[in-house]
Design a protein around this ligand. Sequence first.
Ligand code: MET
Ligand SMILES: [Zn+2]
Length: 812
Amino acid sequence: MSVLNTAPLPSATILGYPRIGPDRELKRALESYWQDSVQHPATTVLDTLARLRERTTVRLKDLGLDADHAIPSEGSAVDHVLDTALALGAVPARFRADGFSPAAPDTVRGIELITALSRGTDEVEPLELTKWFDTNYHYYVPELDPDTPLHAHPESLVSRYRDTLRRTGVRTRPVLVGPVTLLLLSRPETPADDAAPVDPLARLDDVLAQYVAILSSLAAAGVEWVQLDEPALAADGWSVPRSRIISAVTTAYTRLTSLADHPAVLVTVGYGDAGEDAHLALARTAVDALAVDLDRGDVPGGAALEAWGERPVVGGVVGGRTVWRTDLARAKNTLDRLRAAAHGPVPVGTATPLLHVPHDVTRETELDPDVRSWVAFADQKVTEVVELARGVEQGWEAIAGTLARDAEIRAGRAAHPATHRAAVRERTAAVRSEDRVRASAAERRTAQHERLQLPPLPTTTIGSFPQTAEIRATRAAHRAGRLDGAAYWEAIRSEIARTVRAQEELGLDVLVHGEPERNDMVQYFAEALDGFVTTRHGWVQSYGSRCTRPSILFGDVSRPAPITVDWTRYAASLTERPVKGMLTGPVTILAWSFVRDDVPAAEVADQVALALRDEVADLEEAGTAVIQVDEPALRELLPLRDADRPDYLRWSVDAFRLATGGAATGTQVHTHLCYSEFETVLDAIDALDADVTTLEASRSGSGIVAGLAAADFPRDVGPGVWDIHSPRVPTFQEVVRRVRRAAAALGPDRVWVNPDCGLKTRGWPETEAALDRLVAAAVTVRAELAREDDAARPGVSAAPGTAPRAVVGAVR
Ligand code: MET
Ligand SMILES: [Zn+2]
């Protein structure tokens, strides 16, 4: 084994930085290219990436990360997991058959390939999108079959490094997802419906051969440090036993560090505590440095640190997933404990990449100054890292002023009246367990059937309809004061009217108002509730070019006035069919906001739930018979470690039930979940006690339907039959197949027909085309079921359900 050089790891570092750009430059470049690749060719995306990389490096250097190897070399166009898959040359067979060959990410062909993999083509479906550990970032799931050819493509890793060095003079640290995590996150291309479960580690050797080739190329290019991220080590719930994962770690890092020439290897195990077994396994290889998450995890045990010897252990004391200032006194103590136990240097770092926080809070000039002083975005966190590193290097007295000021800000926050409001606390304290319980599911079912009179396989959508440029402009004009209340109200009403009319014409059974007034399903509620502030530039990447701007939940939460009732009432006045009231659930409001860290999450969730409970009551009062409370993030907050899960599931389910528990027997409560694998939390979904659950299902194959069937899930479900995350319109046959499969597996009297998720990112033409097929498919399968019924019971004719006007032309 020989490490190419002995350049030390610097005393301050971060594990990653936001990639989308302070003004979402990357989003704009990608979307322009996707919309019109003649006007905006792939080279414009590559130029934007290069400019952002340069900007980031210069900025980080200015903030004090001025040593070589302190700054990660990043720059994924769409997703870092996808980039790693491309670096290994892993292109699924269906894309190869469609004319795509492996390519390095930062090339025109690479951008074309990334576009196809993430968005699909007319011919083939895109990669599945799923959440990255317990965050709101979503990655594209790599697909690896036993025979997927692999071939290393290190070109972009090399060119990024060289380009940054040339432009800025800084030696950066290329980053890849580590081999063990990459394999655990991947899935086979051909879903193994009934076949034996696939072993995700089966291709370890082949994959390692590509990492070997990549590290050799990096060494040859003069790269001195490389970062391999292994967050999977801090999570449970993989399909292989822990012991095999640990032995894969040993195999992988023994091999990668025994190369003739290779850059020094920093392994990061963020997103929680990897545990003694993983630390020890890594320590027993010749890995050059380890970075641990000391925000969520603990200082590694003595045995592991003993085994690490004099190699550096990066103390990740600055959380990468929270916007609150780091508690510097606590960070100092943690670092002192690590330094006392470790035998080598302790550089200061972030716990995870800063991908999950916005760029810079100093730009938030409209934010309440008190709240702003409590907050740290990426740039402020870098400053915290740099300051703490100065404390480690020069002694804590060197940063005594910084520590004192932090303590003062912390005390001010604790004493601020908005962080403790007696009326809110009294109300949560008075909640009784009966408040979370409705009439029995059977009674509700009867009452709701009577009231709603829906056909079998009822059709509905998830809530939002296309958010056209026009609607966004209307909202923006209103916000900026260029459009007065009356004109705004009129514009939104006309959009609602259009949406209701379209749904009637398409023949949907349960309608929605379309959510044109909502900028975002969480921010909309955050703006209406007390206890939140919103930001102007606080964007974080959700997936690909999609960003969200989480609100900051900083105080006690209450509802000053009804939020959604007028819009829902207006939509209902336009149609005879039921219109769903649409609310975002308490868990999702928490998950997609930056939540205060000074009160237990269970208390915060109940505060939000009580506000929603009042909204449910007001919707009922306005005559609403169906109310959907979305919880797409239920699975997202699920702790990565098994031991932490029961407590989370208890308070999250409790909060949903507090929000919905006051609904009348005849009110049909829906919930909607998407973006992740729900198989592991089916019991919790059941415990939500919703009458109808709509789920994302079309990208993940038949998994969720099979899972629900196997669990004998006792409620109505709508497994999505149209993947709305890509512009592709499913064929009629595909939709029929999915509806049939769901009806057969779950029983036709329990199944709803709906898209995977809301339609806000889609355009009207594809929305109408797809919904037309969806309604047609429901009608077709209803007729099939009616015929089966007829055949089974001659003389009795089954109800065909509503026959939509669109259906004849729709069957194609
Ligand atoms: C991410 S879940 C989205 C649910 C929301 N009601 C919508 O339709 O947009
Ligand atoms: Zn959804």
